[in-house]
Design a protein around this ligand. Structure first.
Ligand code: HEM
Length: 126
C-alpha cells in the first residue's frame, strides 16, 4: 500500500491534523524524546508537520515550509534511538486511532525515507 490516498483513507485533512495534535502531545511528555519539545509551540509544530505530510502523502502538490533536513538545526542532535522512539510512539498512536495496519506501514515508510537526512549518527548519512 502506498501513501497515495492515505489522507482520504484515514478520514481527511482535519483527521490528519487531529492525529498530529495527539502525536505531538505524546512526544512532548515522552521520557526519551520529550526534551526536544520543551518550551516549543506544539501547535505550530503540528501545523508544520501537517503541511509537510499533506505533500508527502500526495494530498496536495506543494509544501512551502522548512525542509526536514534543516528544520532541526536548532535542536540537540537527533540520534537513531530518538528517531526509532518517535516511530514507536507514532505506530502506537495510529493503532489507538484505528488506522488500518497497511496504512500505518505506508505512513511509517514515508517517515523512514527521511531518516538519513535527519539522524545525526546515521552511518550512511551523506
Ligand atoms: C526524533 C525525531 C524528531 C524530532 C525529535 C523532531 C523534532 C522537531 C522539533 C522540535 C521541531 C520544531 C523546530 C522549531 O521549533 O524550529 C521540528 C520541526 C519539523 N520537523 Fe521534526 N522531529 C523529528 C523527526 C522528524 C521527521 C521524521 C520529519 C519528517 C518526516 C520531521 C519534519 C519536520 C518538519 C517539516 C519541521 C518543520 C515544521 C515547521 O515548523 O514548519 N521531523 N521537529
Amino acid at each position: 500500500m502506498s501513501a497515495r490516498g492515505l489522507v482520504d483513507r484515514i478520514g481527511g485533512p482535519e483527521r490528519l491534523r487531529t492525529i498530529l495534535d495527539r502525536f505531538y502531545a505524546r512526544l512532548a511528555v515522552d521520557p526519551l524524546v520529550g526534551f526536544f519539545f520543551a518550551g516549543r509551540d506544539l501547535d505550530a509544530i503540528a501545523a508544520g508537520q501537517w503541511a509537510f505530510l499533506m505533500r508527502a502523502f500526495g494530498a496536495v502538490e506543494r509544501y512551502h515550509g522548512k525542509n526536514p533536513a534543516s528544520a532541526h538545526h536548532d535542536l540537540a542532535p537527533i540520534l537513531r534511538g530518538h528517531f526509532d522512539r518517535r516511530l514507536v510512539i507514532l505506530r502506537e498512536l495510529l493503532r489507538d486511532e484505528g488506522v488500518e495496519a497497511a496504512d500505518i506501514d505506508a505512513w511509517i515508510k514515508v517517515e523512514e525515507s527521511f531518516r538519513r537526512r535527519i539522524v545525526a549518527d546515521e552511518p550512511s548519512r551523506t
